[in-house]
Design a protein around this ligand. Structure first.
Ligand code: DGY
Length: 327
């Protein structure tokens, strides 16, 4: 391989037009489309690799880093970076990039779609219609929950939480939130009230999760939290699967601790097709599609390219999750 251009490992096959910015800037070795671990054909190039462009399904671990002594940048095509051992990257002076901002609106849209679908029982109603159980206009059939006047609790008022709050306001919802830090954006200050998590759990008709996954939030919504919620409450998770304890959620939904759940993310992910959660009519599950719009995914890839190229040039990444590497 010619030595003049840096070698970059892209963990998945991605559309060429998403990666246009990389043309002529680096040599690229690409993994398969649906990789859930680093493909062997990439693994063997780790010793020469100067950049890794990863997706959230690939653990960028201490083990991977130890095989890549020439690595100068890790660019994750996601806003979340719980798949990356950031501390290990920092110890090696490797900046890690992520893609905040560009997926805010798309993910907030999907959150509202999940919330509405669960509130109005769309999966059950659609299934009944298709399978011949729509025999008349039923005055008592498929009754759901109103958004207007309901309380939405948001756990994690970052960019996505705030975008959900703005949408929920338009539906006439009252919004409360919990977050380790108060939100200062005036629009959010005016439309949502910060409370303790305990209060959010007990007061919410809808509880929507938008916090990052870290040691503090892993298992945050466990049996105790679910039991504190209203029996009529609906849980939406568009954050990370492990924020909710899966087995506890199954009990909560099957024993009526809460009314329903709508999940864009699960633990494990993907959730095996024989998982009992799929059999529950009050559990809607979609395959981590929060950012899955044409525009959003392309922008995420472009931002990941910007981070990667900056790292290869030895410049500060436009979006760096461990800026301490520059100190
Ligand atoms: C992210 O970027 O972290 C999202 O989960 C992708 O949809």
């Amino acid at each position: 391989m010619p030595a003049e251009l840096p070698l970059v490992l892209i963990t998945h096959t991605l559309p060429e037009e998403w990666l246009r910015k990389l043309a002529g800037q680096c040599l690229i070795v690409t993994g398969p489309p649906d990789a859930d671990h680093l493909a062997p054909e990439l693994d063997e190039h780790l010793p020469e690799a100067e950049g890794v462009f990863s997706l959230l399904t690939i653990p960028v671990s201490e083990e991977l880093l130890s095989k890549a002594p020439n690595l100068r940048v890790v660019s994750n095509m996601a806003v979340g970076y719980d798949n990356i051992d950031v501390a290990a990257c920092t110890r090696r002076g490797i900046p890690v990039g992520n893609t905040p901002g560009v997926l805010t609106e798309g993910t907030a849209d999907l959150t509202m779609a999940l919330l509405l679908a669960a509130a109005r029982k769309l999966p059950e109603a659609s299934k009944d219609a298709r399978e011949g159980r729509w025999t008349t206009w039923s005055p008592t059939g498929w009754l759901g929950a109103d958004l207007n006047g309901a309380t939405l609790g948001i756990v994690g008022m970052g960019k996505i939480g705030a975008a959900v709050a703005r949408r929920a306001k338009a539906f006439g919802m009252k919004i409360i939130y919990s977050d380790p830090n108060p939100h200062h954006e005036i629009e959010v200050v005016l439309l949502a009230m910060r409370k303790s998590l305990d209060k959010i759990l007990t007061e919410s008709d809808f509880l929507s999760l938008h916090c990052p996954l870290n040691p503090e939030t892993s298992g945050l919504i466990d049996a105790q939290a679910l039991q504190a919620m209203k029996p009529s409450a609906i849980l939406i998770n568009a954050a990370r699967g492990p924020v909710v304890a899966t087995k506890d959620l199954y009990r909560a939904l099957s024993e009526g601790w809460i009314a329903a759940a709508a999940l864009d993310v699960t633990d494990p992910e993907p959730l095996p097709s024989d998982d009992p959660l799929y059999a529950l009519p009050n559990c809607l599950i979609v395959p981590h599609i929060g950012s899955a719009t044409h525009y959003t995914r392309r922008r995420m890839a472009e931002l990941a390219c910007d981070n990667l190229l900056a790292g290869l040039r030895g410049e500060r990444l436009p979006n760096c999750v461990n800026p301490e590497v520059y100190q």
